[in-house]
Design a protein around this ligand. Sequence first.
Ligand SMILES: Cc1cc2nc3c(=O)[nH]c(=O)nc-3n(C[C@H](O)[C@H](O)[C@H](O)COP(=O)(O)OP(=O)(O)OC[C@H]3O[C@@H](n4cnc5c(N)ncnc54)[C@H](O)[C@@H]3O)c2cc1C
Length: 413
Amino acid sequence: MDFSDTPQEAAFREEVRSWIGANAPEYLIEPLSTSGFGNTRTGEYDLLEEAKKWQKKKAEAGWACIQWPEEDGGRGATPIQSVIWNQEEGVYGRLSGTFIIGQGMCAPTMMAYASEEHKQQYVPRIASGEDIWCQLFSEPHGGSDLAGLRTKAEKDGDEWVINGQKIWTSGAHYSDYGILITRTDPGVAKHKGLTMFFLDMKSPGVEIVPIKQANGDSGFNEVYFDNVRIPDAQRLGGVGEGWKVSLTTLMNERLAIGGGIATGFPEIRELVDSLKLGAGKAIDNPAVRSKLADWYAKSAGLQNTASRAISALSKGEIPGPENSIGKLVAGGMMQDLAKFALDLQGLGGSVMDPDIAAGAARLQAMLMRSPAVRIEGGTDQILRNIISERVLGLPEDMRADKGIPFDQIPTGN
Ligand SMILES: Cc1cc2nc3c(=O)[nH]c(=O)nc-3n(C[C@H](O)[C@H](O)[C@H](O)COP(=O)(O)OP(=O)(O)OC[C@H]3O[C@@H](n4cnc5c(N)ncnc54)[C@H](O)[C@@H]3O)c2cc1C
């Protein structure tokens, strides 16, 4: 397979490279280079502000969300041009994490289901980073089994009244809007009684409570709804069709989170080259070399799988369920590799201040981040189910509550 650029792709790459060279915030290269693994650093600068500034600049020059149609704030670029943009944006792409849910999941759902007026009002502002959106799906009773969710929406005139709780909502504390899946009919099978809306996160009755994580950050939240009112005009899709709408969001989630996941291999490779172990360097130790060889084989496999997806995109195909393998392999590998790297450093492995030891801090951030990679956007077990059922054609997972009305499914509470 030949992955080199066609002449048109090479010309496009050159155009991208020269615009980025002339416009990117070079003062952020150093802090962003040591960022990653849920630990985005912008030094003395405010991350949200810097992310918004870069996004706005891109939007004004036509380089935001380039794959979207022009009327939605993009430039109608091909999927392969979008891949080229991401490759060239490189380290500055770390500023885009703030927008991934809005641009990768909420906007495609709005494009597919919002009224024309709402699309024009909201989608271009998602592209330009002026508005940040979040995804209000998971609940204490609805994670992997999202259709088990309990947040209620009840019709009252031209409005819906929402009561319930969401959890793990990334970025809710700085989001302007969110897409929200609710239960509107508990008397039918669980997938059939759901309805989707979008709402202003500043609506009266919305309470956002940040969750403190192991790394000290608070990237996600509990979100409580106490008689929150949403106009019927902000319903996305038909009443009872929320499951179908959510599949649009989740399919895009797989594409947004699934592509190009970091494994930590380049970071450990850099570490063992310089780290002293016994009389020599870690890279010369046979046990270290054997581990590295295993991880190299896995990361090469992931790279080839990603190249296969890019190649499919360039032929106009949409990557399918086989891409679930990327996050499954990368998440587990990152966790193993980070544990090993910290062990190798002995007491030095406990330094987590990047200003003292940038290398160790990155590996620590990786260790803290890796369990989240194995859960967000589908847990390891759910990805295995997808691969076994939809790629390998094995028998379906057991679904004991299939077809039973939601309010008759036995529950512990
Ligand atoms: C960093 C991060 C960010 C997130 N951001 C968001 C967000 O912005 N919005 C949002 O709505 N949600 C978000 N989530 C939530 C995420 O989608 C859920 O955590 C995930 O779907 C798993 O659900 P759960 O936590 O309820 O675990 P559960 O579904 O309760 O799973 C518990 C365990 O049971 C296993 N399990 C469950 N069902 C099966 C099965 N059928 N077969 C085999 N094993 C099974 C799981 O693999 C897991 O090990 C985020 C999560 C993380 C970690």
